[in-house]
Structures are given as structure tokens and as C-alpha cells.
Write a protein that binds this ligand. Structure first.
Ligand SMILES: Nc1ncnc2c1ncn2[C@@H]1O[C@H](COP(=O)(O)OP(=O)(O)OP(=O)(O)O)[C@@H](O)[C@H]1O
Length: 276
């Protein structure tokens, strides 16, 4: 997680403030990390610790009128902080994909999955409808989504939350982004679907070399998935280490408390039959 030349995504001295009637209020400060190719960086911390503010800063999704974002956020060495919205739109989805907690919010209810898949691909490429559909089907097959042809004809409400999340991850992967930001991607799912979504993310990381920023309040998820971990509290990083260091030798009292109260998502103990 150290920042070095191999980091695909680097965040340096990120500081985010919100304008209030009383003046500026700091939401996150002194945020520094990097993610190397094909690695998973986990961000943990209790509610309100600044995880989402950090990821929204990377995506430049904050309202600039009400927020100040200072510091540097680079993707392959290119500075993202301060890019205009048109440039950021071309980066979001293509170079940095975003997977949110509730996949239903990511899809428009009135269009089929296929329509939205194809439009997403076309908005970031010069592919024709037919080529975009073929790409969608190939990616869905490669991540073992069953019967992609049929799935593409369905409307979002016709799929379960777990299936929709897997479709969304396939959609995120199809443009081969350098980075996927997954903000609590399994929180809304039952244990079976949590597992299949996490395994899918891991498969994408392995096969496409995608770097993943995985945000979770669930240390069980982080333990299984992350290479490196940062722990946030009240808008700051209070501990950063590789996953073994965090779990075997936590330094900060807050990390120790999180570890004591962690929920359990133990892969090997789940009645797991789904195969990627
Ligand atoms: N637009 C905003 N205006 C004012 N305060 C905000 C805004 N967005 C976030 N905050 C505040 O910033 C702090 C960090 O919020 P953030 O959403 O990043 O926490 P989080 O760690 O992601 O929590 P959760 O796990 O509940 O999503 C919180 O105190 C939150 O209330």
C-alpha cells in the first residue's frame, strides 16, 4: 500500500472540507495511500469514518460548490483532482469503475439490463450495438453468469439483488478498468450472494489485473480479500499495514476494538456450492 512508482492509483495528502454556515468543516484529512496493479486495498472503519468521502473524492463526485478537495489523486500518474466534469465522465466507468452497495440504484428500472449494458459500453468505446452486445455476453460468460442472452433481456427488478450485483460487476469489468472502487458491495446481500460477489471480484482482479479499492465495515470481508488495509477513524487513517499485520499484530486500540467486534464471514465454513 505504500506509495511507489508501481501504484496505479495514488492518493496524497487528501483533505476534504465541507462548507457550512459556521465555516469549513473537515471531513477527511492526511489521507495517503497507493494501490498496485492487481492488488486489493481494503478500507475499514466504522460508520462516518470517511470511507465514502475518500472514494467520492477519487471519483471527483463531490459537489465542488460545497466541498473543497485538496491534495493529489493520480491514476497512472495523471492528476484527477480538479479535472473538469467532462474529462472525469470519460474516466469514470472506463478507467475507474464504481460498484455501489445497492445495485438496484445503479440501474434504470425502465430499461433492460442488455440496453443499459450496451449503452454503457458504447458511451466509452466506438463499438457498434452488435459488438457491444457480444462483449457484454463474453464478459458475462467469463465471469460465469448463467445464460447471458436471457439475462440481457431482463429488467433489473426481475433479478435478485445478488444476481444484479454480479451483473453490475460484469458491467464494471467489461471496459477493463484499471481500478474498481467497490463501496460495501456485499452489505445488502445474504451470505451466499456475499460470497459469490466477493469471489467474482477476486476473479476479475486475477484475470484482468484490476486494482480494487474495497470499502467495508466488515473485517471478515477485508480479511478474505485485501492485500493491504487502511483503518480509518474520524476522517483520518489511524493504521495502515498489510492484511497479516492488521490481523496478527494490530497497533492501534481502535483496530484492536474493531477486530474484537468483527462479524464473521468465514469462507470455508459457508455451505458454498457456487463455482466461478
Ligand atoms: N455532503 C456532505 N456534507 C456534510 N457532511 C458530509 C457529507 N458527506 C459526508 N459527510 C460527513 O462526513 C463524514 C464521513 O462520511 P462517510 O460517508 O465518508 O463515512 P463512511 O465511513 O463511508 O460511513 P458509512 O460506513 O456509514 O458509509 C460523516 O460525518 C458524514 O456525515
Amino acid at each position: 500500500m505504500e506509495q511507489n512508482d508501481q501504484s496505479i492509483l495514488q492518493v496524497r495528502n487528501l483533505h476534504v472540507e465541507v462548507k457550512t454556515k459556521e465555516g469549513l468543516s473537515t471531513l477527511v484529512q492526511d489521507i495517503n495511500f497507493g494501490i498496485e496493479k492487481g492488488k486489493i486495498l481494503g478500507i475499514v472503519g466504522e460508520s462516518g469514518s470517511g470511507k465514502t468521502v475518500t472514494s467520492m473524492s477519487i471519483l471527483q463526485l463531490h459537489d465542488k460548490k460545497s466541498m473543497n478537495i485538496s491534495g493529489s489523486i493520480t491514476l497512472h500518474g495523471r492528476e484527477l483532482n480538479g479535472l473538469d466534469s467532462k474529462e472525469m465522465r470519460s474516466i469514470r466507468g472506463k478507467d475507474i469503475a464504481f460498484i455501489m452497495q445497492n445495485p438496484m440504484n445503479a440501474f434504470t428500472p425502465v430499461f433492460t439490463i442488455g440496453h443499459q449494458f450496451v449503452e454503457t459500453i458504447k458511451s466509452h468505446s466506438s463499438l457498434t450495438n452488435k459488438e457491444a452486445k457480444e462483449l457484454a455476453i463474453n464478459v458475462m460468460r467469463s465471469v460465469n453468469l448463467p445464460e447471458p442472452d436471457k439475462l440481457l433481456k431482463k429488467y433489473p427488478f426481475q433479478l435478485s439483488g445478488g444476481m444484479l450485483q454480479r451483473v453490475m460487476i460484469a458491467m464494471a469489468a467489461c471496459l477493463n478498468p484499471s481500478v474498481i472502487i467497490a463501496d460495501e458491495p456485499t452489505t445488502a446481500l445474504d451470505p451466499y450472494n456475499q460470497l459469490s460477489v466477493l469471489r467474482l471480484l477476486d476473479k476479475i482482479r486475477r484475470e484482468y489485473g484490476t486494482s480494487i479499492l474495497l470499502i467495508s465495515h466488515d473485517l471478515g470481508v477485508i480479511a478474505e480479500m485485501a492485500d493491504e488495509v487502511i483503518v480509518m477513524q474520524q476522517g483520518r487513517i489511524i493504521e495502515a499495514a498489510n492484511v497479516f499485520g492488521i490481523f496478527d499484530n494490530p497497533q492501534h486500540d481502535y483496530t484492536k476494538k474493531l477486530l474484537r467486534t468483527r462479524p464473521s464471514l468465514y469462507f470455508q465454513k459457508q455451505p458454498y456450492t457456487y463455482k466461478l
